[in-house]
Design a protein around this ligand. Structure first.
Ligand code: FUL
Ligand code: CA
Length: 463
């Protein structure tokens, strides 16, 4: 019987009896008032959902797939485009196996070749042998996403080397007609990605604000990304966000960052790179350096000349997902006893217990004037841990500027981690420690901190 009780203690905190005043009884209500004042700016509901999706795939497919070029020049013959076994459902299956929540599909790259049926140019798959010119990559991808429950998005290069009107006022008409077709004929587009890359060296003059307006007129919820006002490019193509990352870039503009990186050395498929696909371990590193730094991961995955994602990429993606599942299988802090230095208006609905309840829509927060405070978790048994998972409730704005984490080791509090911003999610990898108590000390915050979750994990690959 004693042995059995010990086992219960090791397995979970939820049965631990306690007299702590801030423990939530099952009857406690989540209704708290008055509401926490927002610290401006705050994200839109679409931006919150986008950030919660964490991981998206950029499907890099087009005329380059058939030439082996990274960048075409717009003189490629449409006759080259013929993906014999094309199947967008396979893209969706692979993406879901990798834990991805949406696809962003290239509709037009820098060469100008259109991968949808369009009235704006003859340089398109309608003039290719594929399905006798009756195919439509964007249509098939949109259908496959809808069927598979993935979000569907579109990538458009602003630079177009084929279009004769490029860099004249007429090109604005062409481009607006193109994005209008894409936003009208294929259902809901969650993210439209404008690539501003331009290798010509000639300064460009797009009527970009008109494009932004048109996008919102046709689809009020579309997120305008990369070269757009709703989601910003993180500034590199390595999949790595900076240690300090504010989604708020001014007092009115919530502008979260996205990390794009390819699963291969190049963005498009090449036979010789089948053996150079990033390993699952490397993809996990990228997840930590993007999603784990208040950003999201947009991973380039290129279908091959058959129109399918190669086995090598599919395998990596699947074991990436398995590794992540193993790392986050058990939150050692779940339902443990949590205390805080201060609780807003002493209301139980904002108590420390809210950061270990596994619900990202419940929060601990302090009084409105209290900008530094602490949270302490009693793990009630000695555990090994090496991964810290912090989440701020970004719907109230991003607040935390500096924090440290301490663990109770050999009867003393020892600093095991330090950080600056938290944002939507901050994942810190630390060297393994053995401890029975951990605390988060928020050293400074722009307003009272609002923390939704404080998780602790033992990553088995680093223990
Ligand atoms: C870059 C492009 O030049 C690459 O070819 C790729 O499309 C990447 C996502 O963006 O700027
Ligand atoms: Ca919570």
């Amino acid at each position: 019987r004693l042995a059995l009780m010990a086992l219960v203690l090791i397995v979970s905190c939820s049965d631990v009896p306690t007299n702590e005043p801030n423990i939530i009884a099952p009857t406690d209500t989540l209704t708290v008032s008055p509401a926490i004042p927002a610290y401006l700016p705050v994200p839109t509901q679409e931006q919150i959902e986008w950030q919660n999706g964490e991981f998206y795939i950029l499907v890099c497919f087009g005329i380059n797939t058939f030439t082996g070029n990274e960048w075409g020049d717009g003189t490629e013959d449409p006759a080259l485009f013929n993906p014999a076994n094309f199947d967008a459902n396979q893209w969706v299956r692979v993406a879901k196996m990798g834990g991805c929540k949406g696809l962003i599909v290239i509709a037009k790259h820098h060469d100008g070749f259109a991968l949808w049926r369009t009235n704006t140019t003859k340089y398109s798959l309608e003039h290719s042998p594929w399905k006798d010119g009756k195919g439509d990559v964007i249509y098939d991808a949109a259908q496959a996403c809808n069927k598979g429950g993935l979000k569907f998005g579109v990538y458009m290069s602003l630079w177009d080397q084929h279009e004769a009107s490029f860099n004249t006022a007429q090109y604005d008409e062409v481009f607006v007609a193109q994005i209008s077709e894409l936003l009208t004929n294929y259902g809901s587009v969650f993210e439209m990605w404008f690539d501003a890359a331009n290798g010509s060296g000639i300064p460009t003059n797009y009527d970009i604000y008109r494009y932004y307006r048109v996008m919102r007129e046709i689809q009020p919820k579309v997120l305008r990304a990369s070269c757009g006002p709703d989601i910003r490019w993180v500034g590199n193509e390595d999949g790595t966000a900076p240690e300090t990352l504010w989604s708020a870039v001014s007092s009115t503009h919530w502008y979260p960052a996205e990390c794009d990186v390819s699963i291969r050395p190049g963005w498009f498929w090449r036979k010789e790179e089948d053996s150079k696909v990033k390993t699952a371990e490397k993809l996990v590193d990228l997840y930590f350096s993007s999603v784990g730094k208040n950003s999201v991961l947009l991973l380039g995955v290129p279908p091959n000349r058959d129109g399918l994602i190669a086995e090598s990429d599919a395998k990596s993606l699947e074991s990436f997902r398995k590794r992540l599942d193993n790392i986050f299988a058990v939150n050692l802090a779940a339902d443990c006893v949590a205390k805080a230095g201060n609780i807003r208006l002493s209301q139980v609905g904002w108590s420390a217990q809210r950061v270990v309840d596994g619900n990202t829509e419940t929060y601990w927060t302090s009084d409105d004037s209290v900008k530094s405070s602490w949270l302490e978790i009693d793990l009630h048994r000695v555990v090994q841990l090496n991964t810290i998972d912090l989440r701020e409730a970004i719907r109230y704005g991003q607040r935390v500027e500096a924090y440290r984490i301490e663990a109770f080791i050999n009867n003393a509090w020892v600093i095991i981690d330090r950080g600056t911003t938290i944002g939507n999610r901050k994942l810190d990898r630390i060297s393994t420690v053995r401890t029975n108590k951990v605390r988060l000390i928020i050293e400074s915050s722009k307003a009272n901190p609002v923390i939704s979750e404080f998780g602790l994990y033992a990553d088995p690959y680093r223990i």
